[in-house]
Write a protein that binds this ligand. Structure first.
Ligand SMILES: [Zn+2]
Length: 142
């Protein structure tokens, strides 16, 4: 069984990336990296007990940059470790940007910018020419 300690209230939960059953906290972005650090992916059981005691005592959990980097690499959320989009996904983003709206690429960029940075910038790059084309079209029609 997998174990993680809630960063906010210190309760035990099944996985670092799920909603806390005690307080309803759902970590996101950098918080997800901190949540990963407070799970059995990173800590032994007795270390989790110690972390739990710290959270319950109200001590802030503030991992240093090195620890955050370890967590982000494990979660594959750094630019170097994110595999990016597949060819089919790239063609899909490009087709949506050209046929529908370049906002698709912008939305993907915004949604993925912390969790999948490489994929986010690929989506942004694919929608950029369509954004320019739409802007020119709007200026031409106006
Ligand atoms: Zn909680």
């Amino acid at each position: 069984m997998s174990r993680a300690v809630c960063v906010r209230c210190g309760a035990d939960r099944m996985a670092y990336n799920q909603v806390c059953p005690a307080c309803g906290f759902l970590p996101d972005g950098d918080g997800l990296a901190v949540a990963w650090l407070l799970s059995d992916n990173h800590l032994a059981d007795h270390e989790l007990d110690a972390a739990q005691a710290r959270v319950r005592a109200g001590d802030p959990i503030e991992p240093n940059a090195k620890m955050l980097k370890i967590a982000k690499q494990a979660l594959r959320t750094t630019f170097a470790t994110d595999p990016g989009l597949t060819t089919a996904q790239r063609l899909g983003v490009l087709a949506c940007s050209l046929v529908l709206t370049p906002l698709v690429g912008w939305t993907l960029w915004w949604t993925w910018r912390t969790r999948r940075p490489r994929a986010a910038w690929q989506a942004f790059a694919l929608s950029a020419p369509a954004t320019l084309a739409f802007a020119v079209l709007v200026l031409y029609l106006a």
